[in-house]
Design a protein around this ligand. Structure first.
Ligand code: BG6
Ligand code: MG
Length: 218
């Protein structure tokens, strides 16, 4: 089936906001009297804000009520938003603008498929908004990856069947979501980690429209 649409995860594919999430969560954990490592932070990539908080509280062996958790999550988000409000287009990952420009010129439909509720600010600060026909993020989907909802919604809004969609993802959960949606995928990162992706590349600078045409056969 010919690929007609490209669906992009945001964090770790187009921009690297993981460091800001880490700093903001670390500040919150420290205020509660504990710390966590950068390796532990890897486990927070791709999962929702509340799921991240649950993991962090478990690492600190801390129990909080539902209301307290909402307060802690919004405290973290305030700190995170203050940081991403300072982002600039220089933080867009290598090869991203050239690749998005090339596929847009070629007529591929383009959607965002992110768990973040802050995707609009990030895309605006990094001047990427204009590339997207559709933005699906944590504000409009309830279920987190590996549930396929975020990508199925993107396909539906673009009016393209899942079998004609290609997902770009850096997280194992995101590749699983693509597979469960019946979509092919490009893993961004290491082939040892993203074993279930259709193909894996280091970053978007390694890809061209020609590669997408070759993927029609996969
Ligand atoms: C994902 C990140 O894109 O968005 C996760 O990889 C993050 O680490 C999730 O928890 C939710 O982000 P936000 O901006 O809604 O708190
Ligand atoms: Mg990601």
């Amino acid at each position: 089936m010919e690929i007609k649409a490209c669906l992009f995860d945001l964090d770790g594919v187009l921009v690297d906001t993981a460091i800001y999430h880490y700093k903001a969560w670390k500040q919150l954990a420290n205020s509660l009297g504990f710390d966590f490592t950068e390796e532990q932070n890897e486990q927070l990539k791709g999962i929702s804000r509340m799921e991240s908080l649950d993991k962090i509280l478990a690492w600190g062996k801390i129990t909080k009520s539902g209301e307290e958790k909402l307060n802690l999550a919004s405290q973290k988000n305030e700190c995170y938003v203050a940081m991403i409000n300072q982002m600039t287009p220089t933080e867009v990952l290598h090869g991203t603008v050239d690749f998005l420009t090339a596929i847009k010129d070629e007529g591929y439909k383009i959607a965002l498929g992110s768990a973040s509720k802050n995707s609009a600010i990030i895309l605006e600060r990094t001047q990427l908004t204009h590339f997207f026909d559709v933005i699906v993020d944590g504000n409009i989907v309830g279920k987190s990856k590996p549930d396929p909802e975020v990508f199925l919604k993107g396909a539906e809004l673009l009016g393209v069947p899942p079998s004609a969609c290609l997902v770009f993802e850096d997280a194992i959960a995101g590749i699983e979501a693509a597979n469960r949606a019946g979509m092919r995928s490009v893993g961004i990162g290491s082939p040892e980690v993203l074993t279930e992706a259709t193909i894996v590349v280091k970053d978007l600078s390694k890809l061209s429209v020609q590669h997408l045409r070759q993927m029609n056969e996969l």
